[in-house]
Design a protein around this ligand. Structure first.
Ligand code: GAR
Length: 190
């Protein structure tokens, strides 16, 4: 069984979706570790309730990004993590993790990449006046939201307000991410 770590910084609705898919037998993985850089984030409570081992840290407690990524790496090794899933993890991953997990770190981003990288992607796209919005799942490399795209799903957002567009994006994410992770796992285990 492939062991995954989910990295998150916030509400953790993608964390929920991944866990639900595992529990429903639709995602053949063990959620071995949850990593969070925000001790007060809701996802921390969720992982605790679900008895998922967690590594919660405050970046301010470390002298550098490399130092906390090294601490994360040690946790990943300890929990024998095969694949790292970024799910609303609002930090750039350093070479410490990228070199240890080449082509084994994936991210979900709420836009049709390469458009609207970075923070507040949904609002960026909405303010731009796009007619089509969507979600991307991609490999993580040293460029922000820049790695190879694995999956995308688009929808027509004409006439939607920002709230409706956000709800649509999240509903798509909660389906697309577990499905895409399952496909990657199947390829890894063939
Ligand atoms: C998701 O919409 C995810 O795509 C986005 O953060 C949200 C996290 O929601 N990620 C990024 O913007 C990464 N650049 P969640 O905590 O409820 O899963």
């Amino acid at each position: 069984m492939i062991k995954i770590a989910v990295f998150a910084s916030g509400t953790g609705t993608n964390f929920d979706a991944i866990l639900e898919n595992i529990n429903a037998g639709k995602l053949s993985a063990k959620l071995a570790l949850m990593v969070c850089d925000k001790p007060m984030a809701l996802v921390v409570e969720k992982a605790k309730k679900a008895n998922i081992p967690s590594f919660v840290f405050d970046p301010k407690d470390y002298p550098s990004k490399a130092a906390y990524d090294q601490a994360i790496l040690e946790q990943c090794h300890q929990h024998e993590v095969d694949l790292i899933i970024l799910a609303g993890y609002m930090r750039i991953v350093s070479s410490v993790l990228l070199q240890a997990y080449p082509h084994r770190i994936i991210n979900i981003h709420p836009s049709l990449l390469p458009a609207f990288k970075g923070k507040d992607a949904i609002k960026q796209a909405y303010d731009y006046g796009v007619k089509v919005m969507g979600v991307s799942v991609h490999y993580v490399n040293e460029d922000l939201d820049g790695g190879d795209i694995i999956a995308q799903k688009a929808f027509n957002c004409e006439g939607m307000n920002l709230d409706e567009a956000e709800k649509n994006i999240h509903a798509i994410e909660h389906q697309l991410y577990p499905q895409t992770i399952q496909k990657i796992i199947e390829e890894l285990t063939i």
